[in-house]
Design a protein around this ligand. Structure first.
Ligand SMILES: C[S@@+](CC[C@H](N)C(=O)[O-])C[C@H]1O[C@@H](n2cnc3c(N)ncnc32)[C@H](O)[C@@H]1O
Length: 208
């Protein structure tokens, strides 16, 4: 893990305010509403807004991120809402999650470094049970033009860190896909995601 990358996230999360707010991502919230609570894993979960929301609905929540400061904020939010989550800090594959364990995986703006992505998604697939659900939202390949027009919308500055719909098909092979789109979305999430962006969404069920 590059120090500069880790320091950037720790610094962002060491502030008092929540970088992406304390409310869950809207797409995550809407997709989760269709599911019965079970075990869910939230990847690259930062300050825990989605994890805590799921826990409040009765999900058994695990989460991971590289940022210790993100974990601190997430546990603070968990305490405020009187819920418990299992939040692990570190990198794959050392995090120790079990195969075929989760009923759902949520990946919300999980812009993993491009060189790690293939390995990370293979592992995430492994941790998901058969008929388990993936809920994914992140910036898409058309996003750089939006970011140039209005930097308040945030997102990675490099093309390789963005996700195409084709990337998602590759990362979740054989899934029964209920949604796979890249489209313009207006975001209003804390300090760092505000305005119009190009957003890729994937929702699918693992088949085998
Ligand atoms: C845009 S934030 C999204 C946070 C959270 N999912 C949310 O929606 O509020 C991206 C997150 O990816 C995390 N991240 C970056 N590289 C990672 C890696 N290699 N493994 C795990 N998390 C990583 C960062 O620490 C950061 O919390």
């Amino acid at each position: 893990m590059k120090d500069q990358w880790l320091n950037m996230w720790n610094e962002r999360y060491s502030k008092k305010e929540f970088a992406y707010g304390t409310e869950p991502n809207v797409y995550f919230k809407n997709q989760l509403a269709r599911l019965e609570p079970g075990k869910i894993l939230l990847g690259a979960e930062g300050e825990g807004r989605n994890a805590i929301y799921a826990a409040r609905l009765g999900w058994e929540v695990s989460a991971f991120d590289i940022s210790e400061e993100g974990k601190n904020k997430a546990l603070m939010l968990a305490k405020e809402h009187q819920v418990k989550i299992d939040y692990r800090v570190g990198s794959f594959p050392e995090l120790g999650f079990e195969p075929d364990h989760f009923d759902a995986i949520g990946l919300i703006y999980a812009h993993f470094p491009p060189d790690l992505r293939q390995q990370y998604f293979e592992l995430l697939n492994k941790y998901l049970k058969e008929k388990g659900q993936v809920i994914f939202e992140a910036f898409g390949k058309n996003h750089l033009a939006y970011r140039e027009k209005d930097s308040m919308v945030g997102g990675p500055p490099d093309f390789d860190s963005l996700y195409s719909t084709k990337d998602l098909e590759g990362y979740f092979p054989g899934f029964q896909i209920s949604e796979l789109t890249e489209s313009e979305v207006e975001l209003s999430e804390g300090l760092y995601h505000n305005g119009f962006g190009s957003v890729t969404r994937f929702c699918g069920l693992k088949q085998t």
